[in-house]
Design a protein around this ligand. Sequence first.
Ligand code: ADP
Length: 324
Amino acid sequence: MIGIDAMKANVVKPTAPGGAPTACGADGHRERAGSAHPADGGEKKAADRRQLRSRLDRIGHTVVVLSGKGGVGKSTMAVNIAMALKMAGKRVGLLDVDIHGPSIPTMLGLEGKTLEEGQDGVCPVDLDGMRVMSLGFLLQSPDEAVIWRGPRKMGTIKQFLKDVAWGDLDYLIIDSPPGTGDEPLSVCQLIGQLDGAVVVTTPQKVAAVDVRKSITFCRRLQVPVLGVVENMSGFVCPKCGEITAILGSGGGRRMAGDMGVPFLGTIPIDPNIAEACDSGRAFVARYAETSTATLMQRIIEPIAALSGAGVSATMANNRKKNLP
Ligand code: ADP
């Protein structure tokens, strides 16, 4: 098992000539936060709060991805939301707070990456400019089980936000584990004012019922619900084009209507999504020209609109110019 002071113990400390740690990332972004903590408990708490606030002040928008159940495609959506925003030219961080089942490193082909300590904190793993942080980077092996109670999880999430040198970001996308437990609660409490939540479900009633709880959770914590995504909604036969509603269809849309929150759209079961996840490439980048990728880009529009940008148009322009 690891501890988060694991985060300090497990990180590599690359040093510049003269012995000082180097700055994080290709652009060597420097943090204004990060002074040493006074030993006194009260002062340390206040210093921690200031440091957390100064990190968050440099992040334009924070969006959490939630689901009522596991296996509905929440991490898949988080990865693709982050990548679509990056492809639209945004500065993006992706934080995986799924402490017990961190899958973001696998989905982005970042397994085995280790963390480095920079001048101003722990450097997130860099993926062509996207900054990624996950407990998965601290595990000795992917089979390792993390057996922690709530306070320890909250402490870890706090360190992910406070001690990681995120730098200046337009968006921080946060992938939370399923349900309404310690992790999403910690995120909401620590960040204070999230810009919104994207709630992912599958079409069946059983999944949609649980997702209602995620929406109630957002309301209690005053997190705006940007909308509901119905994932795995129908399977389009690659041979004949016939659509089969393997898991039913419409449950997410109905539930969003009942709960009075926006419905963002449907994503079909697409074998290319599973293949992209397993091969460590974000689907929207690997299969950018497909109809499913277009559906994903549409779903991301309300998130892009937070910063007044249209993702689909910008991505189309970038593709014309051969930009990533
Ligand atoms: P969660 O985060 O909700 O537990 P994941 O995002 O890890 O779910 O997805 C579970 C599995 O389902 C992954 O292997 C992923 O590749 C696959 N998957 C997700 N959405 C789709 C889809 N629309 N079509 C095909 N496979 C999908």
